[in-house]
Design a binder for this molecule. Structure first.
Ligand code: MLT
Length: 392
C-alpha cells in the first residue's frame, strides 16, 4: 500500500478549520469573552419562507406512496435546471441547454471533483490570494501550480501574460477573498487567452448575486467565445443561504472541447454521485420563483448593508481596503505593518473579533485581512465598534 504523498505538501489543516480552532481555544481560555466571528463566509439569515415551504411540501410528497421518489437523475431534476436556465436568460442574457447544467451539493465539491477530468500533468494558473480549495485540490493531485499575483498595483484583477503557458485557469469574480470584480473587457482578455492556449477556464461565480452594477459581468458566458473554453461553478449558499442545506450547479457547455468535457463530467457524476436530495432541489427551485427572488433579495440587501457598515468604519480609521461593494468580503490592509496572523491574534485577544488572515489565502495576503458581511447586523455593529475602539 502506498499513500498519496501529495498530501504531505498541504498545510496541516484547512484554513477555516485553523481559524475556528484558534477562536475555540481563545474562548476556552477566556470563558467570559463574547467572541464575534467575521471570519468564514457563512450566512446568518434564515432560509426564505418560500424556500422552507417548498421543502415542507417536498418532504410531504416523499411521505406518500403516490409521490415518493427514490434515486433521482444524478445530474439533477429538470425542474431545477429549467429554473437555473431561466435565471441565466433573465439576468445575464445567456442561453443554456438543460444538459449543460449539472446540479451538485455545492461549488466547493464541484471545484475539487472537476479535476478528475484533467491529467495530473497539466499546468494550473491560480490567483494569489485565492479561495484555498483551488490550491489544495491541485496539490492533492500533484499538479504544477503557477501563481498569478493579485495585488493593489493591478487592482486585484490580474490580467493574462502571453508568455505564461497554462492548461487550467481559475478565476473568481466577484472575488473571494478580495471582493474585486472583473469587467467585461478584462474577462474577454482571459477568454481570448484561454482559447489561444487551448486552456480550460474554471470560473467560480459563487458571489455573482452581489453584483449591483448591471454593466459588470455576473457570468463568464456573457463573454463571446466563453462556451468554448469555460466551465462555470455556482452555488445556492450565498444567494439563498444554503451553506447548511447544500446545493449548487456547474455548467459544462457542449461547445467546450467539442462536447468531450460535458460527456466526461456526465460519466464522472453518474459513476461517483447519486444526486442532490429531491427535497433540497425543490427548495432550490423555489429560490428562482418571483416570490423567492424577492425574499432572497432582502437577505442579500441585509448583507450589503453590513458590508457598508464595515466599510464606513475602515474608512473612518483610514485603513485601505477593497471589496464590500459587489461582494460580501472586505480585504483590508493590516494596520501598522502587522503580518496577517499577528493581526488575527491582536484582534482576537484585544477585541474578541475573529477575521480571516490574508496569509491563509496565499503569500500576497500576508499583510491583509478578510472581514465578512455575512454576520448578524447587531453583532456586526458591535464588532465594528470594538475594532474602532482598538484601532482608532
Ligand atoms: C469562505 O469563507 O471563503 C467561504 O465561506 C468558504 C466556502 O464557501 O466554502
Amino acid at each position: 500500500m502506498k499513500l498519496n504523498r501529495n498530501y504531505d505538501n498541504l498545510q496541516e489543516s484547512y484554513l477555516f478549520s485553523t481559524v475556528a480552532r484558534k477562536a475555540r481555544e481563545f474562548a476556552e481560555r477566556n470563558p467570559n469573552a463574547d467572541v464575534i466571528k467575521l471570519s468564514i463566509g457563512d450566512v446568518t439569515r434564515p432560509l426564505a419562507p418560500v424556500v422552507v415551504e417548498a421543502m415542507k411540501n417536498a418532504a410531504a410528497e416523499m411521505g406518500k406512496a403516490e409521490t415518493f421518489r427514490g434515486y433521482g437523475p444524478e445530474q439533477g431534476y429538470d425542474f431545477l435546471k429549467e429554473a437555473i436556465a431561466d435565471y441565466y436568460r433573465k439576468e445575464d442574457g445567456v442561453t443554456l441547454d438543460l444538459d449543460e447544467i449539472f446540479i451538485s451539493d455545492g461549488a466547493k465539491s464541484d471545484l475539487g471533483n472537476i479535476l478528475d477530468l484533467f491529467d495530473a500533468d497539466n499546468t494550473v494558473l491560480i490567483p494569489d490570494p485565492v479561495y484555498p480549495v483551488y490550491v489544495d485540490t491541485n496539490l492533492m493531485a500533484g499538479r504544477r501550480i503557477v501563481m498569478l499575483n493579485c495585488t493593489a498595483e493591478n487592482g486585484f484583477t490580474p490580467m493574462p501574460d502571453e508568455g505564461q503557458e497554462a492548461d487550467l485557469i481559475y478565476l473568481c469574480s466577484p472575488n473571494n477573498p478580495t471582493g474585486a470584480i472583473y469587467t467585461h473587457e478584462q474577462l474577454r482578455a482571459w477568454v481570448d487567452y484561454a482559447r489561444r492556449k487551448g486552456a480550460v477556464l474554471l470560473f467560480d461565480a459563487a458571489y455573482e448575486c452581489f453584483v449591483t452594477d448591471p454593466s459588470l459581468p455576473r457570468s463568464i458566458y456573457e463573454i463571446e467565445g466563453a462556451k468554448e473554453c469555460a466551465v462555470e461553478v455556482c452555488s445556492f449558499s450565498k444567494i439563498a443561504g444554503f451553506t447548511g442545506t447544500r446545493c449548487g450547479w456547474t455548467v459544462v457547455p457542449h461547445a467546450l472541447l467539442g462536447g468531450k468535457l460535458n460527456a466526461m463530467w456526465l460519466r464522472r457524476q453518474t459513476t461517483k454521485f447519486n444526486g442532490v436530495p429531491y427535497i433540497v432541489q425543490r427548495a432550490a427551485a423555489a429560490v428562482f420563483t418571483e416570490e423567492g427572488r424577492k425574499q432572497i433579495r432582502e437577505n442579500i440587501d441585509y448583507y450589503r448593508e453590513n458590508a457598508r457598515i464595515i466599510a464606513e468604519a475602515l474608512t473612518s480609521l483610514g485603513i485601505r481596503f477593497v471589496g464590500g461593494v459587489h461582494s460580501p468580503y472586505l480585504w483590508m490592509e493590516c494596520p501598522n505593518g502587522m503580518e496577517s496572523w499577528e493581526f488575527f491574534d491582536y484582534l482576537l485577544e484585544n477585541a474578541a473579533v475573529v477575521g480571516t488572515p490574508g496569509a491563509g489565502f496565499g503569500q500576497n495576503g500576508s499583510h491583509y485581512f478578510r472581514l465578512t458581511a455575512f454576520g448578524d447586523r447587531q453583532r456586526t455593529i458591535e464588532a465594528v465598534e470594538r475594532i474602532k475602539k482598538l484601532l482608532g
